[in-house]
Design a protein around this ligand. Structure first.
Ligand SMILES: C[S@@+](CC[C@H](N)C(=O)[O-])C[C@H]1O[C@@H](n2cnc3c(N)ncnc32)[C@H](O)[C@@H]1O
Length: 356
């Protein structure tokens, strides 16, 4: 059967400074017969496309799923990574804060019966979810951070500047929306998130413009903000001028860095000795948080200039499996441009020693 590869939409690339890859070109789709396949899911008469899983082969290589093993996928999304773990005979607890994702994945994965369970919640509260669900110690945990293509492509969710929708951006049941932030936050606070989370050079100008505009009309829709930013900043090559502002707002609304930090503090206790933790990041700040947490928790000894000698690291929990972040290869980037800035890092829980 011929296959029609649908290229992912190229609007939501991270700022160029976040990666070193050249911009991919989107090839013409290969047109086959009338059946459309994406991740093996027929779009006609089957389930609609949700999200293309990133670094899938690498995730399988490092997590080594097999019959009798139990995993938690903290970012279930469309269930692509989870499906691959289930196909190898494992059991998976799939956590997502987004009800649409859980509904979609539950349907997609229903054929695996009791081996799959969709769990409502945030991955930062995985310890509680595990206790309540009596998961026991896990063979592996996966996080694939960020938004799914489905979330981006649903106008009503308000994540994308490509469609008009409410300026919302909540993945789950957060208290605040993106509209709340742009209409209520102070100029310095807005400037700070645009600069720090978006690496937006024009953050000062943008924050000042927002304060001025919202005094006339509050911001309510995605295009109101995106079109205004385009007028303010002009077109910047192939990247939409609203990209970095939308990214910063989304990360703030969903407290994405806070979620990651809280998860990292408790993740080791969820794993069996020998169990692995794999995290895919899409943003330089996320990658730095993961890299530093993994490095610290895998140092046998720590030292400080004022100490007479190095001391055993009381936080030692892991062995590093990947020394550098694993990036997608050129073929994956060409096929799925959204994978471009992804990096995978993996650690393995070590046996507790008497000193740790
Ligand atoms: C990139 S998608 C995951 C795609 C998935 N790996 C696949 O192959 O289909 C990220 C998903 O994680 C969810 N998510 C993001 N942050 C979360 C958090 N802190 N807790 C729970 N789910 C979260 C989002 O709602 C989204 O559905």
């Amino acid at each position: 059967m011929n296959t029609l590869h649908v290229p992912a939409l190229p609007d939501f690339w991270w700022p160029r400074s976040f990666n070193t890859w050249p911009l991919p070109t989107l090839g013409e789709p290969e047109v086959g017969n009338s059946t459309l396949l994406m991740e093996g899911i027929p779009l006609e008469g089957g389930m609609p496309f949700y999200h293309e899983s990133i670094l899938l082969d690498k995730v399988l290589e490092y997590l080594a799923p097999a019959e009798g093993k139990i995993f938690a996928d903290g970012t279930l999304g469309g269930g692509g990574h989870t499906e691959a773990l289930l196909e190898k005979g494992s059991c998976v607890k799939g956590v997502d804060r987004d009800a649409d994702a859980r509904k979609y994945a539950s349907e997609r994965l229903s054929r695996f019966g009791h081996r799959f369970e969709a769990v409502a919640g945030r991955f930062s509260e995985m310890s509680r979810l595990s206790e309540e669900g009596k998961w026991g110690q896990l063979d592996g945990i996966l996080l694939d951070l960020g938004v799914s293509s489905f979330q981006l492509d649903e106008a009503q969710r308000g994540f994308s500047f490509r469609f008009d929708g409410p300026l919302d951006m909540r993945m789950g049941e957060s208290e605040v929306t993106a509209a709340d932030l742009v209409n209520e936050w102070s100029e310095p606070d807005l400037m700070k998130i645009f600069f720090e989370l978006g690496e937006e050079k024009a953050s000062r100008k943008i924050a000042a413009w927002i304060i001025q505009e919202r005094s006339k009309t509050p911001f309510e829709t995605t295009l109101q903000l995106a079109d205004g930013l385009e007028k303010l900043l002009g077109r910047r090559g192939r990247t939409h001028p609203a990209t970095k502002v939308f990214q910063a707002l989304r990360m703030t609304v969903n407290d994405e860095l806070g979620e990651l930090r809280r998860f990292l503090n408790s993740a080791a206790d969820l794993l069996k000795p020998g169990g692995r933790l794999a995290i895919i990041t899409f943003h330089s700040l996320e990658d730095r948080i993961v890299k530093q947490a993994f490095r610290h928790a895998s140092k046998v000894e720590i030292d400080q200039p004022e100490w007479p000698a190095a001391r055993p690291n009381p936080d030692l929990r892991y062995r590093l499996i990947t020394r550098k972040g694993v990036a997608p290869d050129g073929a994956e980037i060409k096929h799925n441009p959204r994978s471009r800035s992804s990096r995978l890092r993996v650690v393995e829980k070590i046996l507790p020693t008497s000193s740790s």
